[in-house]
Design a protein around this ligand. Structure first.
Ligand code: FAD
Length: 429
């Protein structure tokens, strides 16, 4: 039997807790939020096939079904638009991800808050709220004890840091693994989708995902979230991203109205519907966050302490891979720790195997996010001229669309060898 302590009850930490529980491994989650619903994180996440496959592996059947039941309406493609709203190209969903009948190999729009609720369901008293991790200590035999800000502590066989991009656990365990400022700031906004807003919203913005590309170091990403069951509470998630010198110092300290006014100034020459979109997003749903990315750490020797998700491979949300990669970590670490619990692998080999594989796909995802961010913010006139004309050609010819965009989304989420072996279910102990 192995007892695992997880610090951080976000997407990755909770998926790991579900997975370990499903396989009979003892688990306790320590989360700094005081209550289950402290976090009002109602924004859309794009779950790609790697995320779906990992959720299928970690969740018991009825919670996997709950995930499928609460996912948003799929489809709508990915549009690349000019600031005058001309459609440069719209990439169909079948080009973004291979078409398949297997629900665990598909992509889904989900509401983060709903997903977190599904990940919490059934964990009950295994999640301890109001526990801010402070530091850990290792006993002579290597067993970890986590200490919390309220003076309490918890001991176990393995300690997992799933405490997000500003991870305190990573700072202690891997002090050389630093984060860097990407030089970009994102502002998240949400427009409720109802009869009133749909009446003036241009049709393309009411579908799928879109990227509005000016020839300037900024872009606007939009993404529709429409519930299938129960209907209602639909919204358009928007993220305005710009080089940080386009914002005043400390944009995260500005309130929603100030941020909207500032963006309004930056997009003064854009299509009136885009200006209206920003203008009509309720200010209480607007916040700015400087984008950070983890640097590549040198490989480290495994111990009974490990890390997952943003805590180790934090990335800007450009390309939508942070949560998907955290879920992949949870599925892989579940697999390795349950193999160790069954006596099939020595514990440190299990953790070391997880870390070697995680560093490989995790930092590929960080690099891809940085590349996507740089491309989106390019203000190079030559690049812009070339890419816009190429997109227009792609729009006219499906083979060109397939050639240009076919690999970019699918490659990062294609099954790796261990995921093929897992094929949707990890053998029970
Ligand atoms: C607007 C936006 C859109 C996004 N869209 C996408 C998308 O479409 N697809 C995608 O894959 N990703 C997306 N992401 C990124 C994604 O949300 C993150 O990568 C993901 O949540 C990381 O999961 P995690 O479990 O590593 O960390 P988190 O989900 O951040 O969880 C960390 C948890 O640790 C807790 N914690 C922190 N410090 C402590 C402490 N000291 N003690 C105890 N607990 C602590 C926090 O309270 C939190 O609950 C988006 C992000 C944003 C902001």
């Amino acid at each position: 039997m192995i007892d695992v302590i997880i610090v951080g009850g976000g997407i990755g930490g909770l998926a790991l807790a579900q997975g370990l529980r499903k396989h009979g491994v003892g688990v306790a989650v320590y989360e700094r939020d005081a209550h289950r619903d402290d976090r009002l994180d109602r924004y859309r996440l794009a779950i790609n096939p790697a995320g779906s496959r990992s959720l299928r592996a970690c969740l018991p059947d009825q919670r996997w079904q709950a995930f499928l039941d609460t996912a948003g309406r799929p489809g709508g493609g990915f549009g690349f638009l000019g600031t005058d709203l001309c459609e440069l190209v719209v990439v169909e969903d079948e080009i973004m991800y291979p078409d398949t009948l297997d629900p665990a190999e598909r992509s889904y729009p989900v509401d983060r808050h709903t997903l977190r609720g599904i990940l919490l369901d059934g964990l009950g008293a295994d999640v301890h709220y109001g526990k801010t991790f402070d530091r850990y200590e290792l006993a002579a035999d290597g067993r970890p004890t986590a200490h919390f800000a309220d003076g309490t502590s918890a001991g176990g066989d393995v300690l997992v840091g799933a405490d997000g991009i500003n991870s305190r656990l990573r700072a202690q365990y891997l002090p050389a693994a630093t984060r860097r400022d990407t030089g970009a700031v994102g502002v998240g906004l949400k427009l409720p989708l109802n009869d009133d807003t749909r009446a003036w919203l241009p049709a393309r913005l009411g579908q799928g995902m879109n990227l509005v590309l000016p020839v300037a170091p900024c872009f606007l990403f939009t993404s529709v979230f429409e519930r299938q069951r129960p209907a209602g509470d639909d919204y358009l998630l928007c993220a305005f991203v710009a080089r940080k010198d386009r914002f005043p110092a400390h944009p995260e300290r500005l309130d929603g109205a100030q941020l909207k006014a500032h963006i309004g100034g930056l997009i003064a020459g854009w299509h009136p519907a885009l200006r209206r979109l920003i203008d009509q997003c309720p200010p209480h749903d607007v916040s700015a966050f400087p984008f950070q990315a983890s640097g590549h750490p040198a490989p480290w020797a495994p111990s009974r302490v490990t890390v997952l998700g943003d805590a180790v491979h934090g990335m800007p949300p450009a390309g939508g891979n942070g949560a998907n990669t955290a879920l992949r970590d949870a599925a892989l670490l579940t697999r390795r720790l349950s193999q160790a619990a069954r006596g099939e692998l020595p514990l440190l080999d299990a953790i070391g195997g997880y870390e070697a594989e995680m560093r490989d796909y995790g930092f590929q995802a960080v690099d891809l996010a940085m590349k996507t961010l740089r491309q989106g913010m390019s203000s190079n006139l030559f690049d812009a001229f070339f890419s816009r004309n190429w997109f227009r050609l792609c729009d006219r010819a499906a083979p060109l669309r397939r050639m240009t965009f076919g690999g970019s989304w699918a490659a990062v989420s294609a099954p790796r060898e261990w995921e093929r072996e897992m094929a949707g279910s990890i053998p029970a102990p």
